[in-house]
Design a protein around this ligand. Sequence first.
Ligand code: AHR
Length: 515
Amino acid sequence: PDTTASLEGIRPTADVPRRLFGSFVEHLGRCVYGGIYDPDHPTADDQGFRADVLDLVRELGVTCVRYPGGNFVSNYNWEDGTGPRESRPVRRDLAWHCTETNEMGIDDFYRWSQRAGTEIMLAVNMGTRGLKAALEELEYVNGAPGTELADRRVSNGIPEPMGIRMWCIGNEMDGPWQVGHMTPEEYALAVDKVAHAMKLAESGLELVACGSSSAHTPTFGTWERTVLTRAYDNLDFVSCHAYYYERGARNLQDYLASSEDMTGFIATVADCADDAKAAHDGDHDIALSFDEWGVWYSDVWNQQEAEWKAAASEGLHPEPWPKAPHLLEDIYSAADAVVEGSLMITLLKHCDRVRSASRAQLVNVIAPIMAEEQGPAWRQTVFYPFAEAAHHARGMVYVPALDAPSVHTEAYGDVDAVEAVVTWDEHAREGLLLVVNRDVEAAHTLSVDLSGLPQADAANMRVTHAMMLHDDDPHRQNTAEQPDAVVPVPLDANAADGRVSFALPPISWAAVRFS
Ligand code: AHR
């Protein structure tokens, strides 16, 4: 083998947080309308939810879903999506320049989540609203019956408190595109007050402050330091957002090494969180909520946005306000799946700091699940690495010591050609090895020594399931017509004396379950 990996003497990083396998549903394009909700679809259930989409959400293994935005939340009135559908107001959404019918809102999303079996991470509007609306929404959602807002929920058909623990206080408030965007100082003051008051209402909440909208903003680092230091006492999480795509990188090899950027992002934000704790002589760590990550061909959206803005400049009101248009419907390739596989490995490797994450988004919009109008729902290439980790990463995380050949990248210098992580449930004696070969040219043979895992029975260790995702054409995609063009195939992996060996072609992702 040209790559060896060993767990000898390696201590576990942390337990696998279930919330690491979260996703994101935003009122954007056809994510909600035509995605999770479509009463005219042949599979629609009694609530108008697409049953075929729900089946795939469960198959994906999603644990927690962030809602309702995203940029959308920054000019959203949560009350608009409650009460009888026929009396809900129709409004303009400034974030995506669409008409919002409010046929879906928090009541409906709560019902959808119960059917999907997912926790909700709820975001509040810090753009056009703030403290008062956040407190009222909290009372409506979680309040025990007997107060005006909690009773309004009861009369809207939900007698029990929704029990939503995790709340995002705004979205990307550093971004100049965000409705009501703020300076670091303005947001630090605002989030401190909102978080403080929300915890007066319910001390057990887990509150997430906006971090930087990427690691490449002018205020990256300063934003986190200012916000976390000011609001330390009232915060549990800080959010991180990162999207990657091939045209956004210098070349395919650099794109495949995108996890290097994510790794640096995590390190910087973790340092800021530690500094805030030290400044307060604090008693708790602020964890990272990587609540938007994935592959997004964002140049396509930037172009679309520039076009309607140019058209708008010719008159006062010429722009369209479409309902549920096709937006951000990226179709992913085999290489995209390998990159997402390596991002998932990175999140697992750093799960001592990253305690929650949401792959963005869930359906139709930069999504692992596509839902055809009147047609079936199908799995994109990126579906598979997520689903494998969500269903089979259990127990503790171990980062093996790697001895691997390197590949050269322009952005990150020389990096390991191979990335790997192991999870191990020592009680069930079941483990998962996730690996990517991110080398654009060479195949690599691997030998991973798993005998150092606690309670492992090296002599009897066996591979229970092994699969690989790869295509000789890294740009091959699944499509509505050919939804199974790129799917995982069996991987020939052998175990002997606690050592698992296999070969990986260039640009590939693999998963090996063992016991
Ligand atoms: O996920 C798409 C958008 O990306 C979100 O609305 C926003 O938060 C981010 O910029």
